[in-house]
Ligand binder design. Structure first.
Ligand SMILES: *Cc1c(COP(=O)(O)O)cnc(C)c1O
Length: 401
């Protein structure tokens, strides 16, 4: 090679192998090289034994997938560009025209929107079941039910369902069970082995997880995962994942790899502070109900106790309050605006506490009988000092009078 610009591009130096350090490297590629045409033709990427194209995996994404499998107790993992993309992948890979999907009425809202939009347009029907009434799920199962979503605790209202009962019903009806495991994060309970030690093992078929929340921990990454234990099911998801071109950026994968070692510590810290605030909120007359699975009168508390308290112990960092119906929407908005440490913003799992007022009536098929009337406000508790957070809520409540 005579020209230095060509030598610069085709540089012969190869760093020695064996670099070993706390964090895995960040490998960035669309193109991956093959040593020969024969290698190009025969290379198999599906079992992660090799590399063919950046979209199909790099050492960075393989490393993240394996660590997430360890966290959740699964065997195979796919990464998607957001939690919602992971949820959508499950539906798009597994449902076909004429199938029905059942979801709890408190499922993550955009999952409902997908069912009401694209899935309906493709001839896939959906129905919502009461997350606290397994008999309601049983009544809605039909030969067309291909997929049953479960979520524990449910989005925004945080009811904790009887997961083992829901799983038995769905499996008896021949449906696959997909869990949105964002709240539990693999730390509140083990999705593939709900009651450790019990035989036969009772677990979900698929765990979808918004890594955007606790695994990222920073409020700065969007990513999702789809974890399975069954190789055939994983392959079906993987082929759809490949055909739809879902992939994640190496720097984002590295950010999650960097945050993962501290996830259990962060989860516990969020959890402890949230319980402290939940107990205090229960003493405040402005709140007619405090929704948090570890509080004794929160809907589904006993289910949480059996699955989580007697298991790993976790309850995450979310807390919702029903602001008494005597306060107007204007007053509730004034309360949220008056908060100083709690910032107005969606999502959760990062260091900064967040607050969102929800219009629950527009989110549910019917107002749940176990909820009081009022306006629901959800807090996502960050990593600030809990006394400061409590003082912030207390001062903002003055804005409501
Ligand atoms: C945030 C969230 C998602 C979606 O994650 P994104 O990365 O924001 O798309 C899915 N499910 C639940 C329960 C969530 O809280």
């Amino acid at each position: 090679m005579t020209h230095s610009i060509t030598a610069l591009i085709h540089h012969p130096y190869i760093a020695p192998a064996g670099f070993d350090a706390p964090q895995p490297g960040v490998f960035k590629a669309s193109t991956v090289f093959f040593p020969s045409v024969a290698a190009m033709r025969s290379r198999e990427w599906k079992d992660k034994s090799a590399y063919t194209y950046g979209l199909h995996g790099t050492p960075t994404t393989y490393a993240l997938e394996e660590r997430l499998c360890s966290l959740e107790g699964g065997s195979q993992c796919l990464l998607a560009p957001s939690g919602l993309a992971a949820v959508a992948l499950v539906a798009l890979a597994l449902l076909k025209q004429g199938d029905e999907v059942l979801m709890p009425d408190n499922v993550y809202g955009p999952n409902k929107a997908l069912a009401e939009g694209e899935l309906r347009g493709w001839g896939i029907s959906h129905r919502y079941y009461n997350p606290l009434e397994p008999a309601d799920l049983a009544a809605k199962m039909s030969p067309r039910t291909r997929l049953v979503w479960v979520e524990a605790a449910g989005s925004v209202t945080l009811e904790f369902p009887d997961l083992p009962a829901l799983l038995h019903i769905a499996k008896q009806g021949g449906a696959l069970v997909a869990l949105d495991n964002t709240w539990g994060a693999g730390l509140a309970f083990k999705p593939f082995d709900l009651i450790p030690g019990q035989q036969p093992v009772l677990g979900v078929d698929i765990s979808a997880h918004a890594l955007t929340k606790y695994p990222s921990g920073g409020g700065d990454v969007l990513m999702g995962s789809v974890i399975t234990r069954d190789a055939g099911l994983h392959l079906q998801l993987k082929l759809a994942h490949m055909r739809m071109g879902l992939g994640v950026g190496a720097n984002d994968a590295e950010a999650v790899l960097r945050a993962l070692p501290s996830i259990a510590l962060r989860y516990r810290a969020h959890d402890e502070a949230t319980r402290t605030l939940a107990r205090w909120c229960r003493t405040r007359p402005e709140f007619s109900q405090v929704l948090h699975p570890a509080m004794p009168d929160s809907p589904g508390h006993n289910n949480w106790k059996v699955l989580c308290k007697e298991g790993l112990g976790g309850a995450a960092g979310l807390l919702s309050v029903m602001i008494d119906a005597r306060f107007s929407q204007v007053q509730v908005d004034a309360f949220c605006d008056a908060l100083r440490l709690f910032r107005l913003g969606y999502s959760w799992g990062g260091p900064i506490s967040l607050v969102v007022p929800y219009d629950l009536a527009t989110m549910r098929s019917e107002w749940p009988s176990y909820l009081t009337q009022g306006t629901l406000v959800r807090f996502a508790i960050g990593l600030e000092d809990v006394e400061d957070l409590q003082a912030d809520i207390a001062q903002a409540l003055h804005a409501m009078v």
